[in-house]
Design a protein around this ligand. Structure first.
Ligand code: PLP
Length: 460
């Protein structure tokens, strides 16, 4: 492989970045005080900046580098595919995408068999919404079932429709009006139960809200319910075990499709290959991205049951086919990278490691309860939230600026944790943890020690 010759005199990339790049979720005017860190390399669980300083990554990038960094076999698979066939539109077939679709059908199991490929999680959810709407039109003789039911505090993507399906007012208020036909029900947020109840006496009231919403809207107008098995960005909300089965049953009763968003929870994150596998439900559509390739290259996908797919069959010229396309969908290089990534996840049984190390970490994090700012600690596998409060009794959220300080202290100590930023107006006080699934107990201990130190600094 050749390396690129520098085109001219050396220019510090940080300077080019300062002058030319527009970063997400970043106030550029603050960068002169606190410049962004230039990350230059990574290996296993550790990311390095341009000075060689190491950071233990407890967020796997953005909840996505499940196989860990530095996996040469993913890079080599992508390289070989680039040499053989770098690209061809998916209006024709290519071998890696075909093999990947078959692999996903095996991993998902049950009736989920047919995969439509895209390039991100947002696009996967957009595609799922469009598939759901077109499905009903064709399955129910022209019936316009178009409404999508989502949940408060949820996040399903950055496009207008996925934002409309999400429940984060703080991320949407500037872009309204959003597309119509989206509504939301309360989230299974047990620590702050929207009904002021406590499990199990609550009877999982939040799950029953989904059916209430379907009935209130009129089932003949509702296309789908979209949800994550564990609501991640809100601060890792793990629902009671009955939640998903109750929702799935309501969907089935009213002919509403169930879209399960596995963009974060997929590929071993929660201790099973897919988050919904914990709950014994079979969705109609599953959306994926992030760890499908462990983020080595962008890729997303939506897998449908054969029943959903069959509604798109018809005579040539009938117009029943899926009326959508994206240039990069079914990309052969991304597919080759995904296959190499799935080889690693399966060979090393990283879902099981996530379960074991996740259970160890959750227990070790229990030590943090000694600090009064720690309100709740919850998680499944290596998907964990630590909710910070100003007052344990009233559960008043900690000032988000102080949660930022805790995350920043960890960063300065060389440990990267996340935060539930902008989940709702006034939110942003829950620390999130979602490391590569290759983590060992040593990394878990290192994280807990860093969090303990950062929390202690809150007292000064
Ligand atoms: N769905 C969930 C649950 C997510 O957390 C995200 C992003 O974090 C998305 C969808 C959107 O994925 P992307 O950023 O790849 O568009």
């Amino acid at each position: 492989m050749s390396t690129r010759e520098p085109a001219g005199p050396f220019v510090d990339p940080r300077e080019l970045d300062r002058q030319y790049v527009w970063h997400p979720m970043t106030q550029h005017s603050a960068l002169s005080q606190e410049p962004l860190v230039l990350m230059t390399s990574a290996e296993r669980h550790v990311v390095r900046d341009h000075t060689g300083r190491a950071y233990l990554d407890a967020m796997a990038g953005l909840w996505c580098v499940n196989a860990g960094y530095g996996r040469a076999e993913i890079a080599e698979a992508a390289y070989r595919q680039m040499i053989r066939l770098p690209y061809y539109p998916h209006t024709q077939a290519n071998a890696p995408a075909a093999e990947l679709a078959a692999r996903l059908a095996r991993l998902l199991g049950g009736r989920l068999r047919r995969t439509y490929f895209v390039s991100s999680g947002s696009e996967a959810n957009e595609a799922a919404f469009k598939i759901a709407r077109q499905y009903h039109l064709q399955r129910h003789g022209g019936q316009r079932r178009y409404k999508i039911v989502g949940r408060h505090h949820s996040y399903h993507g950055t496009t207008l429709a996925t934002l409309a399906a999400s429940g984060m007012a703080a991320r949407t208020e500037r872009f309204e009006p959003l597309p119509g036909g989206f509504l939301r029900v309360p989230a299974p947020y047990c620590y702050r139960c929207p009904f002021g109840l406590a499990y199990p006496k609550c009877g999982v009231a939040c799950a029953h809200q989904v059916e209430q919403a379907i009935l209130a809207e009129g089932p003949e107008t509702v296309a789908a319910v979209v949800l994550e098995p564990v609501q991640s960005a809100a601060g890792v909300l793990v629902p009671p075990k009955e939640y998903l089965p109750i929702v799935a049953e309501a969907c089935r009763r009213h002919g509403v499709l169930l879209i399960v968003d596995e963009v974060i929870t997929g590929f071993g994150r929660t201790g099973k290959m897919f988050g919904h596998h914990w709950y014994g439900v079979e969705p109609d559509l599953v959306t994926m991205a992030k760890a499908l390739t462990s983020a080595y290259v962008p890729m997303g996908a939506v897998t449908a049951t054969e029943e959903v797919f069959s509604a798109f069959l018809g005579e040539p010229g009938s117009g029943r086919e899926a009326v959508q396309i994206s240039t990069f969908g079914g990309h052969p290089v991304a597919s080759a990278a995904a296959l190499a990534n799935l080889d690693i996840l399966e060979r090393e049984d990283l879902a099981r490691n996530a379960l074991e190390v996740g259970a160890y970490l959750l227990e070790a994090l229990g030590r943090l309860r000694a600090h009064p700012a720690v309100g709740d600690i919850r998680g499944l596998g290596l998907l964990i939230g630590v909710e910070l409060v100003a007052d344990r009794e009233s559960r008043r959220p900690l000032d988000p600026a102080l949660a930022v300080q805790v995350a920043r202290d960890c960063f300065q100590a060389g440990v990267i944790v996340g935060r539930s930023a902008r989940t709702y107006v006034g939110g942003g006080h829950t620390l999130t943890i979602a490391p590569p699934l290759t983590w060992t107990r040593e990394e878990a201990d290192e994280l807990v020690a860093a969090l303990e130190r950062a929390l202690r600094r809150l007292d000064r």
